[in-house]
Design a protein around this ligand. Structure first.
Ligand code: FAD
Ligand code: UDP
Length: 380
């Protein structure tokens, strides 16, 4: 079959590879001048440091098959994400752990004492937290919420934490020990030569052709037996019903001789600092040596038509519009919408790869059984 894949991020690359291996003829187009989508990495010209061009990306997963899949194409170096945050004139450890709690309250509590102490801070009148703010007040109390979450979240999402769902904060753990690993997952690491090289390896198959600087238009679809589309869902329909809301990021690059901040990611919890975090990229490759250092100050704002869409907002209005676009999408024949933009969801890389593998397998199964191919293989 002749397959068109729109986008060469993890979604397009993994589905493309699976279908190429099954003997299909895969054409991949990407509007950008590089492969790998938002996970793109490149060497900084001035310092030689490997830079995560669209913001810091750390690979972490519990999914053994996905971990083995990425390791097939690239050596992963051990890497544990340890994030710090600056607030009220001090540097603290994240996610909130025993060190953070003891330092913040000037105490030397043991785990059980800290648990009791935090429970006393928490607002237990909130029984079923619905909003981000309620979730924070219920689980860590007002002082920690105001120091670490309130300002950061206001900057990141451009609205008050009481307008956001509790689910955003549920991504972050609170720990009553000194474990400062930002993630829970069994497997964590960094691709030795960067994510773009990893995606290059996935795309390296004789049945795959990649065309960069090539924007998809719907008329192209007629030349193919099936299209997988990992671009923005609303963009497929030329934003006919309006735009789905996204946050975009601006990165302010600066260089430094030596070590600027001593860690890869430093968050800024207070609203008075206009950026959310500073990423010092060389700390993502601790096995490399570089004299110079390149850092990105990261600013979040509403996404305008010409900007790169990063975080889907998914509040009540967006969800209503999403439902209408999903309806339109379901009327399409021979198109499957995939990935973070095609399904308008925040997806980590491992989840993206899991969904891509399942989609490719589901598609091959449909062909085998001569059944229609779904427009979406996942719930939006
Ligand atoms: P994308 O990477 O966005 O790829 C889509 C591709 O489609 C792009 O290359 C785009 O140019 C192309 N395209 C779009 N429209 C068209 C069109 N009309 N024609 C042609 N091409 C088109 N995940 C983690 O696991 N760990 C992390 O630490 C992490 N950090 C993140 C930090 C930030 C700031 C953000 C925003 C995300 C982070 N992620 C992280 C998530 C990760 O970026 C995604 O999982 C991944 O990018 C999803 O891949 P994708 O292929 O679905 O989408
Ligand atoms: N968050 C915060 N302070 C921090 C880090 C995170 O308030 O120092 C909030 C913020 O709203 C963010 C959410 O917690 O969107 C989830 O954090 P995570 O680190 O998963 O953010 P992401 O990787 O999505 O940028």
């Amino acid at each position: 079959m002749k397959i068109l894949m729109v986008g060469s991020g993890f979604s397009g690359a993994v589905i493309g590879r699976e279908l190429a291996e099954a003997g299909h003829d895969v054409t991949i187009v990407d509007a950008r001048s590089h492969i790998a989508g938002n996970c793109h990495t490149e060497r900084d010209n001035e310092t030689g440091v490997m830079v995560h061009a669209y913001g810091p990306h750390i690979f972490h997963t519990d999914d053994q098959e996905v971990w083995e899949y990425v390791n097939r194409f690239m050596t992963f170096k051990p890497y544990v994400n340890r994030v710090k945050t600056t607030s009220k004139g001090q540097v603290f450890s994240l996610p909130i752990n025993l060190h953070t709690i003891n330092q913040f309250f000037g105490k030397t509590m043991r785990p059980d004492e800290a648990r009791e102490f935090i429970e006393a801070q928490a607002d237990t009148s909130i029984e079923d937290p619905q909003t981000f703010e309620e979730q924070a007040l219920r689980f860590v109390g007002r002082d920690l919420y105001e120091a670490f979450f309130k300002g950061y979240t206001q900057k990141q999402w451009g609205c008050h934490p009481r307008e956001l769902p509790a689910s955003i904060l549920k991504r972050l753990p609170v720990r009553f020990n000194y474990n400062d690993n930002y993630f829970f997952h069994r497997f964590q690491g960094m691709p030795e030569a960067g994510y773009t090289k990893l995606v290059e390896g996935i795309l390296d198959h004789p049945n795959i052709s990649v065309y960069l600087n090539t924007r998809f238009d719907r008329e192209q679809a007629a030349e193919y037996d099936h299209v997988f589309y990992s671009g923005p869902l609303d963009g497929f329909f030329d934003f006919e019903l309006g735009r789905l809301g996204y946050r975009t990021l601006d990165f302010e690059r600066f260089t430094y001789q030596g070590d600027y901040q001593g860690c890869a990611v430093m968050n800024y919890g207070e609203e008075s600092v206009p950026y959310t975090r500073i990423t010092e990229h060389k700390h993502f490759s601790p096995w490399e040596e570089h004299e110079g250092s390149v850092c990105y100050r990261e600013y979040s704002r509403a996404c305008e038509p010409q900007d790169v869409p990063y975080y889907p907002i998914r509040l009540v209005n967006e969800k209503a519009l999403l439902a209408r676009y999903v309806q339109m999408a379901k009327e399409q024949e021979k198109v499957t919408f995939v990935g973070r933009l095609g399904t308008y969801r925040y997806l980590d890389m491992d989840v993206t790869i899991r969904e891509a593998l399942d989609t490719a397998r589901g598609f091959l199964e449909c062909l085998k059984k001569n059944e229609p191919v779904p427009t979406f293989f996942v719930e939006t």
